[in-house]
Design a protein around this ligand. Sequence first.
Ligand code: PLP
Length: 392
Amino acid sequence: MAATPSGHGFETRAIHAGQDPDPRTGAVVPPIYATSTFAQDGVGGLREGYEYSRSANPTRTALEECLASLENGVRGFAFASGMVAEDTLLRAVCAPGDHVVTPDDAYGGTSRLFEKVLRPWGLEHTPVTLADLDAVRAAVRPGRTRVIWAETPTNPLLGVADIAALAAVAHDAGALLVVDNTFASPYLQQPLTLGADVVVHSTTKYCGGHSDVVGGALVVGADDLGERIAFSHNAVGGVPGPFDSWLVLRGLRTLAVRMERHCDNAELVAHYLSRRPEVAQVLYPGLLEHPGYAVAQRQMHRFGGMVSFRLAGGEPAALAVAERCKVFLLAESLGGVESLIEHPGRMTHASVAGSPLEVPADLVRLSVGIESGDDLVADLAQALDSLPRSGV
Ligand SMILES: Cc1ncc(COP(=O)(O)O)c(C=O)c1O
């Protein structure tokens, strides 16, 4: 880390890691190096190693160093999307004929990648409930399982998996533990510190934080794994441009304060929803009755900004609430400053409809933003009040 030693606190590293003032001008914000190529001082005479922007670009380097620092990793890689980060990783560490243990509750696009893209390539996978460690152990195929893939908390059911316990199962089997840390963000949870080998992010979400960029990232805890990913990163080339890298880096600088406010508002909303008779169940790891509460309390700093809930009135009530909120915007994605509401069954998780991974039709997912908490509660109240009595 050029800018700040790893001994500094999270907030300091978010603002300074990889972000030394520009040596030429002193600019305190890393410049956007909008260039595809770099002049050489004689053949092979690269300035600071920069040759061509698919291989490396200084704005992207700043982001990658910051991400690695925040996740307590040795090396970070920025990608054009979370999906291409996932695909690049899996093809770098697995080969056709290998096997992966996957979550039975995960982002629909991740499940689609395993089922529709990587299975035809020859990579088999077994979806299991990751909170059930015996089921995870039973799903491992000795000698063939290369990766246990975890998402915690999960999208959209907010399930919690024990990262340290999964790392032990993975390492006993000679496999890697990969954790998609998108929902928690590096501020709330650092999987590498808990024993994971690779962290995945859709930086589109909390890392970027403003719903204005699509991006992804991988962070690794060991140099040899970093070398394998570095090769594929350049060889496949799913990299972000300098402006997108800069947007994600700008988001990281305020991640800590945003996450605190996301958590404050999510706790407020989760407790409010728990008191409403129209709501059959609130799924939030910060509620005492959540089955993953104890694990979440141990491995997360706080419980996050995502809240899902099930409506007593079934799918019609879920659709009505999603459509009648006004401050919560009806939209896919999550992790931005603005609150979003969606119906996973018909929106983000439509790609797993009709499969064993289908999500309940009465489910609504909230990405709780950083607006005034009272306004968020009032917005949900008016939407729930509008349900017919039969919806209770
Ligand atoms: C948990 C999780 N992982 C990965 C992804 C994929 O990221 P992207 O949309 O940036 O490709 C998403 C997108 O919603 C996600 O929610």
